[in-house]
Ligand binder design. Structure first.
Ligand SMILES: [Zn+2]
Ligand SMILES: [Zn+2]
Length: 307
């Protein structure tokens, strides 16, 4: 019997065959094709090449950050700036069990990213990944408690590997001890987690252009920041090279991103100096309507975002 593939099944619509012959042959071929396709085990590469990355922002902002990512059977949490019980409940609401998480990866030593790492580690049994400088600073500044299993990485060094998932770390210019942004890759799909960036540093726009989707910091509106209630030193810090990205800066990066990027989730929005409507309006004014935009809430989880 000839091997039937989806391609030659499709090609049987040849004009030389009469209608009945065509229908009979197509039906028979379809049966063989279905019978041939269903029970055949696929090699792992076949499965992973069609797998997507799932991501949920559980909370985003200076009041606490935590992003869940699932890909290739691997479950990761990025940052532990919210109480463990909030992360547990928000994941459960999406049908996910926090105890199944394989690793907690910390971006930097600020409290809104690391404060609850000890609880995540001890209560839910996840190893903590951080750079040595981040860990040392975090432990000295916050009552994180004992961490049994910590794994070091060097920001910008070799990617972390979890099964078929790699996590590339990118040093940022934010004023943490040793901050990182992340690119998660699985089955050819690439997701960026890029907050607390400092300023649009060299290589950032290019990195975003290699992604299929990105959580991108869009922290403040410059006019709201300047006219708002923050003290002068804090305004200077936020707008400075080691602070956060404004709506315009984030939008300019997205405007350069090219065709690969399918969605961006605006993240780490300031309560005082920004709001979701204004952030989206600013982005639309600069990038137009071609890119799907989400906004990560300071108070709620996003839906399950697929890459
Ligand atoms: Zn932060
Ligand atoms: Zn920070």
């Amino acid at each position: 019997m000839n091997k039937i593939s989806g391609k030659n099944l499709y090609q049987q619509g040849d004009a030389k065959l009469n209608l009945n012959t065509k229908k009979r042959k197509a039906k028979k071929s379809l049966q063989i094709a279905i019978a041939g396709f269903l029970p055949k085990p696929r090699p792992r590469w076949y499965i992973t090449s069609f797998m997507s990355i799932l991501a949920i922002s559980l909370q985003s902002g200076s009041n606490g950050n935590c992003i869940y990512v699932e890909a290739g059977g691997v479950k990761l949490l990025f940052d532990a700036g919210i109480p463990g019980i909030h992360a547990e409940r928000r994941l459960a609401a999406k049908g996910r069990d926090i105890r199944q998480v394989d690793a907690l990866i910390i971006s930097h030593d600020h409290g809104d990213h690391v404060r609850h790492a000890g609880v995540f580690h001890r209560k839910y049994g996840m190893p903590v990944y951080a750079t040595p400088a981040t860990l040392e600073s975090a432990v000295s500044r916050f009552p994180i408690g004992k961490l049994e299993t910590t794994k070091n990485f060097r920001s910008g060094g070799n990617p972390l590997r979890f099964g078929g998932v790699t996590v590339q770390t990118i040093p940022t210019s934010h004023d943490g001890a040793d901050g990182s942004a992340f690119i998660i890759e699985c089955g050819g799909k690439r997701l960026g987690i890029m907050t607390d960036l400092g300023h649009p540093f060299e290589g950032l726009a290019h990195a975003i252009s290699t992604l299929d989707a990105v959580f991108l910091e869009s922290n403040y509106d410059p006019r709201m920041l300047q006219t708002g209630p923050y003290p002068h030193f804090l305004k200077k810090r936020i707008a400075g090279n080691g602070g956060h990205l404004s709506n315009m800066e984030a939008a300019s990066l997205l405007a350069k991103s090219g065709k690969r990027l399918k969605w961006a989730c605006l993240a780490h929005l300031s309560e005082q100096n920004n709001n979701p409507g204004l952030a989206v309006q600013t982005h639309r004014g600069i990038i137009g309507t071609g890119l799907t935009l989400y906004v990560a809430s300071r108070y709620f989880a996003t839906g399950i975002l697929r890459v």
